[in-house]
Ligand binder design. Structure first.
Ligand code: UDX
Length: 447
């Protein structure tokens, strides 16, 4: 089948490459001519395991190419996936739909009869219906369907090739048949396929993200109570998550979520529900957002308390800049928000990250950066673990203690092996444990 994929960001580049790998003939379209030139040379705009190989392979087979012309895209195929961004609007919590609207308006005059536009972007419920009416007003018989994307950064290729489910929102049998053909090999492999109306499909995406964000903020709220009560949030999470109805995933107490999806999606969902008169039903999402933001503040406060009441003129080594391990993305990164707040409080902060240093440097130019962990922690009064990269779990705490000014660690992700660090002489602090006094509480000692 011939497909166009419009928007070559995270979702679009991965979708285009994976659809070509499934056997389709794909044209990727983007208005950014520089990005198209680099993709055409086989260079993906993002770091994602396996992506470059698939791009190179499918381009060599002639199944994937790129263009900056929407008209060429409209002529190339009758199925068009829309993968452009829907950022938060600068003036409100709602989603900014200008890019989605521009793609549909740009395609409309060039569409071949019977074409299907399939949205993958995360949008407010009702968007497919609205775009369908917009198209119909131009007199075409073309349709709009919605097919939300659930891929996670860091495992985007794997999530796209072997998704846990496919969800399509369609208004006709014809659209359903087209999408069943697109995903034919996956359906044959037994991947569950949920065919719904467009509004339900749009809501599945935001409901799933809201549930996961709520789970994270739930355990972080428990972690605040643990801290006040002298209990241990990690032990609590393990025991609560052992209930198979709850499960351990997304139940890790720590610095909370960031990235390009969860924060903006839950805000946009709450804003849309308010427009629909159902705001009260999801008002809890504002609390989920507040709990999440509070974790960043609590981490900064704990660092301050550990250092005796002020971070001014203290050296702080920061481990992690990406919003999560396995990604070079620093958008709304909790780690960088904490590092910046410490810097703003007068600390000398030096940040390490295995993948995200370039992006971090552009987003936070006034922070200092280090290419390796010892350099980041040199002369540090405190080391902060803020992004749970696996390599940080394998650090040698005894080695690291030789470069710091004092062996003080704040593990804001609750994953470093505390006994190992303590055995090497470190005092270890974490969120969700008994409150630290002004200086140096070792876990387990009463304050
Ligand atoms: C998320 C959704 O998982 C995905 O389905 C959707 O399409 C896009 O948004 P992503 O943003 O790539 O994907 O990251 P994910 O792995 O889901 O993690 C989101 C955030 O939650 C990260 O900042 C992560 O560090 C944080 N997180 C995750 C926690 O703070 N605690 C946890 O227990 C799990």
């Amino acid at each position: 089948m011939r497909l166009t994929v419009i928007g070559t960001g995270y979702v679009g580049t991965v979708h285009a490459a994976c659809m070509a790998d499934l056997g389709h003939e794909v044209l990727g379209v983007d208005i950014d001519a520089e990005r198209i030139a680099s993709l055409s040379a086989g260079r993906p705009p993002i770091h994602e395991t396996g992506l470059e190989e698939i791009l190179t392979r499918t381009m060599a087979l002639g199944r994937l190419r790129f263009s900056s012309s929407l008209a060429e895209g409209a002529a190339f195929a009758t199925t068009h996936f829309v993968c452009v961004g829907t950022p938060q609007r600068p003036d409100s919590k709602a989603a900014d739909l200008r890019f989605v609207n521009a793609v549909v308006d740009g395609l409309a005059p060039h569409l071949r009869p019977g074409s299907l536009i399939v949205g993958k972007s995360t949008v407010p419920v009702g968007t497919a219906a609205r775009l369908g009416r917009r198209l119909a007003a131009t007199g075409t018989d073309c349709e709009v369907a919605w097919n939300p994307e659930f891929l996670r950064e860091g495992s985007a290729v794997q999530d796209t090739m072997c998704p846990e489910r496919l969800v399509v929102g369609v208004s006709s049998e014809r659209a359903d048949t087209v999408l069943r053909t697109v995903y034919g090999p996956m359906l044959q492999a037994g991947i569950p396929y949920f065919s719904t109306d467009p509004a339900t499909a749009e809501l599945v995406k935001v409901a799933a993200n809201s549930f996961l964000a709520t789970k994270i903020s739930f355990i972080n709220a428990m972690s605040e109570v643990c801290e006040a009560a002298g209990a241990d949030a990690s032990l609590l999470a393990g025991a609560v998550g052992a209930d198979s109805r709850i499960g351990p995933q997304f139940l890790e107490p720590g610095l909370g979520f960031g990235g390009s999806c969860f924060p903006k999606d839950i805000r946009a969902f709450a804003a849309r529900a308010e427009e629909l008169g159902a705001g009260a039903a999801v008002a809890f999402l504002y609390e989920v957002d507040r709990i999440n933001t509070r974790q960043r503040r609590r981490t900064v406060d704990l660092a301050r308390r550990i250092l005796g009441g002020t971070v001014a003129d203290r050296h702080i080594g920061v481990l992690g800049a990406a919003f999560k391990p396995g990604s070079d993305d620093v958008r709304d990164s909790p780690a960088l928000a904490v590092a910046q707040a410490l810097r703003d409080g007068g600390a000398a902060v030096r940040v390490h990250d295995p993948e995200a240093l370039d992006n971090a440097r552009s987003a936070h130019p006034d922070l200092a950066y280090a290419l390796d962990v010892p350099k980041a922690c040199e002369d540090a009064d405190l080391v902060l673990h803020l992004t749970a990269w696996p390599e940080y779990r394998h650090l040698d705490p005894a080695d690291l203690a030789t470069v710091t000014r004092q062996p003080l660690l704040l593990d804001a992700r609750n994953v470093l092996d505390e006994p190992t660090w303590q055995a090497a002489g470190w005092t270890v602090h974490a969120l969700g444990r008994a409150k630290a006094p002004a200086t140096g509480l070792v876990r387990g000692e009463p304050s």
